[in-house]
Design a protein. Structure first.
Length: 222
């Protein structure tokens, strides 16, 4: 997760000003295929992002995943919320030290993009990330000047699972470059296509000038 790490289970009140719902130890994230079954009849675009997206791009499991993140265009959130709430799921806006249940017809604050999904049995199942862009265009949430056709950024597995492609995931991961992000880069970067590598190299130079991955990407492309 971008803000809270479900792998470090702490009392739910520690470090937070408001918390609705169970604590972090209630995270029992779906696998991507479980999410796809739940969203089978949802007719707006969504895709798996984060570490799971890299593994879907690679077609193999490279490490264990503590959570599941999906992304949708912010404009489609009301439709996603109605779809999930119709079968008993409850959405919570997350950010600024809060995990706050979204009451009926209440929208997430404009400055927040994370929304945790609580299962009726009391388990957190996934994090719905709100992104700029629309059906045709993918826009980088951290710098909306950076965008590309959605077809170039989002792919599907043979079984039809939509996911952010590796070059998009690595751009997000470049900010922190934690040990697991470095491992993800080592797994995914060598398999990037020419256009994907060029796009990521240019994007990193724009967003994170001097980033160590830039030289490595250039070297891999020669």
């Amino acid at each position: 997760m971008e803000q809270f790490d479900a792998g470090n289970c702490v009392p739910r009140s520690e470090g937070f000003t408001h918390w609705d719902g169970p604590g972090l130890d209630a995270w029992q994230a779906w696998r991507p295929e479980e999410c796809a079954r739940v969203l089978d009849r949802f007719d707006s675009p969504w895709c798996v992002v984060g570490g799971w997206a890299l593994d879907l791009s690679l077609g193999r499991l490279t490490r264990e995943h503590e959570d599941l993140e999906i992304a949708i265009p912010r404009a489609t959130f009301p439709a996603m919320r109605a779809y999930l709430e119709a079968t008993g799921y409850v959405l919570h806006s997350v950010g600024d030290g809060e995990v706050r249940r979204l009451e009926r017809d209440q929208s997430p604050p404009a400055a927040r993009h994370q929304n945790w999904v609580l299962d009726p049995v009391g388990a957190w199942r996934m994090d719905v990330m709100l992104e700029p862009g629309d059906i045709a265009t993918w826009v980088f949430r951290r710098d909306e000047r950076l965008h590309a056709p959605r077809a170039f950024m989002v792919g599907t597995t043979q079984s039809g699972l939509p996911h952010l492609k590796a070059h998009g995931v690595l751009l997000y991961k470049a900010k922190a470059a934690r040990a697991k992000d470095e491992a993800d880069f080592n797994h995914a970067a060598p398999g990037l296509g020419f256009d994907e590598r060029a796009w990521l190299t240019e994007a990193l130079a724009r967003i994170h000038p001097g980033h160590a991955w830039i030289k490595r990407l250039i070297a891999q492309g020669t």
